[in-house]
Each structure stands twice: as structure tokens, then as C-alpha cells.
Write a new protein. Structure first.
Length: 526
């Protein structure tokens, strides 16, 4: 029996037995490490369900390479364009990191900048940001929201800031760009500890307070609503409790929201994650059925931050008893994380890379460019021996590895300053041909070729034969190959299609052929 059919039958057995699948839609995971003073990028590149293998945890920003000091990067948030915002409570700044050349880090020239400088005299609004905790990028208008805890420093106040780059100069240090959206009442500032902030689609800003307030309200989530549209939430009735856990001494720390509008918050005292939502539109989430303990660690645990993926998977970074990242998904939709719904994604005791203090966590899209097409999932042309890949994986037909070959591109498709890198992965080790075509075959559905589908056709240019190592390869190789646009004779305005044709010599797999192909990719050259 070939491997694809074996895998198919095994999947059927699992389904029959009711065994849930914990294969989540993978996004890049960014973690702030306040011990090693780095921002890490984690990705399950070999699709084995964890982030512990060699090369899966890399330094997205390392101050030794990136040109800026990083002391206590505790808050992490991502933007759709790939920018990673980090609040540094040691340097008292908010950084913006962006991978411009597609090498999966922000350590190169021009990839790191100070988005906001909260040190004395460094910004025109006179904001003294002594202890920026969690931050939130608001994709609706590009604002960055900051929860600042004064920590008793003279001149610094417990506040929620809204940062906007109004003049598009790359920072928020100019007059009017750092707004004090909410300031703790005078004389009582030291009794508030804003540690996290988020803005919901209605415009209400929620922030997490980690301390009992002067009014006697325990720590929890508070709503800030600009009722009179004057640009802040300082007026009467604009600050209200939203969700205060019904337990004593809750130490609340983080917040994120899923696509259905449910919020998730870590509680370090109760060692749980709360889930809550205002179902009856009365302005809070305190009513029956509006809140619950969604996940319980069951042991003493320090969990700093949560982040919700596009598919509803919730990630949390834990510092104690083990440095790790958990991912969890409520597969049976019963409102509680139970057996089979929790995955240890990263564990510092077994990982190839040790992260120190996992303080902040955020999810981001990979910086891929171009348009992928011609997937071996059976939606278009069927794979030659029912070796279809899973719908949604966006890869080629299955190989003898049990996975479909994947082709992606990173960089800039600009003739004259071409930084495009074609990256093939999930392929058997051995030779593979990167090639370029001028048309999409069979209206983009491809034609059967060997154990897979050939999707790029027309005038073909062979870019290079490159051997895969660790089931992956890349064109061009640094210092060896010409840029894609040079080797492919591309001009501005050209639309070109790319694919990796690779050797798969397993004698009992699929057809008599000993080769397969990845999905295809289209690039438009500027």
C-alpha cells in the first residue's frame, strides 16, 4: 500500500474513533523575551505539530544585530503589513520591526525604528511613558494603543495612550500624535496598574487593570468609551467596569479577542484563562452566561499573554512552571478546553532554542508575496493516484513524505533591485528544478505530470537545479545564483509563473514516475 493511501485510511480510522485533530492553521508566532532581550519568531516549518525543532525558533530581532537597544520587550502586537510593534519598558519606547527583504528577521538596515519615544523630552506631546506594558495595533486606522503603568515614577502616570503617525514620517513623536486617551484620576494614579489594552470594532477601548482600584473594584477589564467624541475617555460615565472576575485577588494580565467577539484574559492568581462577552448589550460582561473559566492550568502557573489566531486557536505564553507556549482550541464548542484540545507548542526544556522570559505573544502573517495557485487538493485537476493534499494547505499533490510540496516567495519583485527568494519546502531531499513559465496551464488547474501537477507553462526558463536539504531549498542561493528577474529575463510589467519540479524516488509511491511538483506561484514584476 502506498503512503498516501495509508495516511488516508489512518485519517478515516481517527475520524471513526472520534479522535480530534489538533492541526491548527499555522501563523508565525512572535514572542518577546525580556531575559535575553530578543524578539523571537516561531513557525512549525516541518508541520510536526510543535515549534521545538532546529530552525523553527529564530531571532526576529536581536539588538546585537539590529542596531537598537532592547531591554524589556514585554508587549508585542502585529500589523497586517508584517510590522511587529514591541513595547520596551526598559528603554521606554515602542519599536516597529519589519522584515523588508524577506529573510524572516528585522535585523537588517532600515528594518527597525523607534515608533514612539516615551523618554523625557523625546516627544512633542510631553508624554513620559515609564512602563509600557501590552500594546495593541488597531488595523482600522493604524493606531497603536499602549497601556502604561506608572510604577511610582515621578512624572509618569497610569494612562492609556493612542499613538498615530499623522504626518506619515514613520514615528509618533510629533505634536498631537501621542494622545492621552485615559489618565488615572489625580492623586490615585499609583492605585491603578494598566497592563493590557484592546479596541473593539464598536470603538470601545478595553483595558486590563492588575490592581484593586481606589473604588474597591478588584482587578479586571474596564471599558473606555468616548461618549462626547472629544478624543478621550476622561469625562463622566466614560470609564466603566466591563468584566471583573467573581473571585478574590484576581491578578489579571492580558487580553485578546476572537472573530466571534469573545475576549480571553489570563488570571495569574487563579491560574486560568477567562472568556467573556457582552451578550445582552448592557455594556458589561458580568451577566449569567457572559463569562466563564475557559481554561484551567490545574497547577500554579505564570501565564503572561494570550493571542488568538484567525481560526480561533488561542496561544498563551507560560513562564512557570516551564517556559513554554500552549495552543488550545475548543473543538467541541462546549466553552471549555478539555481533553485533546490543548497542545504544548513550544517547551524550552526540549526545544533547540531556549527562550528566556516569555512576556508577550502575538501572531502574524508570513511575509510571502505573489499569488499561489494550482493546489493538489482535488478542487481542480485531480492528483494522479488520489494523492490529494488537504484543502486549505495550498500545496501540491502528496509526495512519499505524506505532505504536498510547498512553494512560496518572499522579498520584492522589483526589476533592478530584485530581492525575491523562491522557497520550496516539504519536499524529499534531493535535486529539484526551479522553473519559470509565461502561462498558467489548464486555466490554472494544471495537468497531470508524474506524481503531481504541472501548472506553469508557455515559454519555460530553467532557473536552477538545487538539492533539497532538511526537506527544503531556495532560489537564488546567496553568492551563487543570479536574481530571479535576471535569470528569468523579466521586465517591469511581466507576469511570470513559478514551480519546483522535484525528485521523489520512492519505488512504491503512486505512479511509475519518480518525480512530483509543488503548487505554483505567480509574480507580477515591477
Amino acid at each position: 500500500m502506498n503512503r498516501s493511501r495509508a495516511l488516508s485510511r489512518l485519517s478515516c480510522v481517527f475520524a471513526f474513533l472520534g479522535v480530534p485533530s489538533l492541526v491548527h492553521a499555522q501563523q508565525a508566532v512572535f514572542v518577546g523575551d525580556s531575559t535575553n532581550d530578543k524578539i523571537w519568531r516561531l513557525e512549525d516549518t516541518n508541520h510536526d505539530g510543535d515549534l521545538n525543532d532546529v530552525g523553527e525558533t529564530t531571532a526576529f530581532f536581536d539588538p546585537a544585530l539590529g542596531g537598537f537597544a532592547l531591554q524589556l520587550g514585554v508587549g508585542v502586537s502585529t500589523a497586517p503589513d508584517g510590522t511587529v510593534y514591541v513595547s520596551d519598558t526598559g528603554e521606554d519606547v515602542v519599536y516597529a520591526f519589519r522584515d523588508l527583504n524577506g529573510d524572516l528577521d528585522a535585523n537588517d538596515v532600515g528594518e527597525a525604528r523607534i515608533h514612539f519615544d516615551g523618554r523625557a523630552g523625546a516627544n512633542a506631546d510631553g508624554v513620559l511613558m515609564n512602563s509600557a506594558n501590552s500594546i495593541y495595533f488597531d488595523s482600522s486606522d493604524g493606531s497603536v494603543w499602549v497601556a502604561n503603568a506608572a510604577s511610582g515614577v515621578v512624572g509618569s502616570v497610569d494612562e492609556i495612550y493612542r499613538l498615530r503617525d499623522l504626518n506619515a514620517d514613520g514615528d509618533c513623536n510629533d505634536l498631537g500624535e501621542a494622545a492621552r486617551y485615559w489618565t488615572a484620576p489625580a492623586g490615585l494614579g499609583s492605585d491603578y496598574v494598566p497592563v493590557a489594552v484592546i479596541r473593539d470594532p464598536s470603538g470601545t477601548v478595553l483595558f486590563v487593570d492588575d490592581h484593586t482600584t481606589p473604588t474597591g473594584t478588584a482587578g479586571g477589564v474596564f471599558a473606555l468609551t468616548d461618549l462626547n467624541a472629544d478624543g478621550d475617555a476622561q469625562d463622566a460615565g466614560e470609564y466603566t467596569p466591563y468584566f471583573v472576575p467573581p473571585v478574590a485577588a484576581a491578578q489579571t494580565w492580558s487580553i485578546d479577542r476572537d472573530a466571534a467577539g469573545w475576549y480571553y484574559m489570563n488570571d495569574q492568581t487563579q491560574d486560568v484563562i477567562w472568556r467573556f462577552k457582552d451578550l445582552n448589550a448592557d455594556g458589561d460582561a458580568q451577566d449569567t452566561g457572559e463569562f466563564s473559566i475557559w481554561y484551567s492550568a490545574g497547577v500554579a502557573s505564570i501565564q503572561w499573554d494570550v493571542a488568538v489566531a484567525d481560526d480561533g486557536t488561542v496561544y498563551t505564553c507560560e513562564q512557570s512552571p516551564v517556559k513554554r507556549v500552549w495552543s488550545m482550541k475548543d473543538l467541541d464548542a462546549n466553552g471549555v478546553i478539555g481533553a485533546g484540545e490543548l497542545t504544548e507548542s513550544y517547551n524550552a526544556t526540549i526545544s533547540a532554542t531556549v527562550i528566556g522570559n516569555l512576556r508577550g505573544i502575538a501572531l502574524g502573517s508570513d511575509p510571502f508575496v505573489g499569488t499561489t495557485y494550482c493546489f493538489g487538493d482535488g478542487a481542480g485537476t485531480a492528483c494522479p493516484c488520489a494523492n490529494n493534499s488537504a484543502v486549505g494547505d495550498k500545496v501540491g499533490c502528496l509526495s512519499s513524505l505524506g505532505t504536498g510540496g510547498k512553494l512560496r516567495a518572499i522579498g520584492a519583485a522589483t526589476v533592478g533591485s530584485d530581492t525575491i527568494k523562491l522557497q520550496g519546502s516539504q519536499v524529499p531531499n534531493g535535486p529539484g528544478l526551479y522553473f519559470q513559465g509565461t502561462v498558467q496551464l489548464n486555466a490554472g488547474n494544471g495537468v497531470v505530470f508524474g506524481d503531481g501537477l504541472r501548472c506553469a507553462g508557455g515559454s519555460i526558463i530553467r532557473l536552477a537545479v538545487i538539492s533539497g536539504v532538511a526537506n527544503a531549498s531556495q532560489y537564488p542561493r546567496i553568492g551563487i545564483d543570479q536574481p530571479v528577474s535576471v535569470q528569468g529575463f523579466c521586465a517591469p510589467g511581466d507576469v511570470r509563473h513559478y514551480q519546483l519540479w522535484y525528485r521523489d524516488s520512492d519505488p512504491v509511491f503512486c505512479s511509475a514516475a519518480v518525480f512530483n511538483l509543488t503548487n505554483a506561484l505567480t509574480l507580477t514584476w515591477n
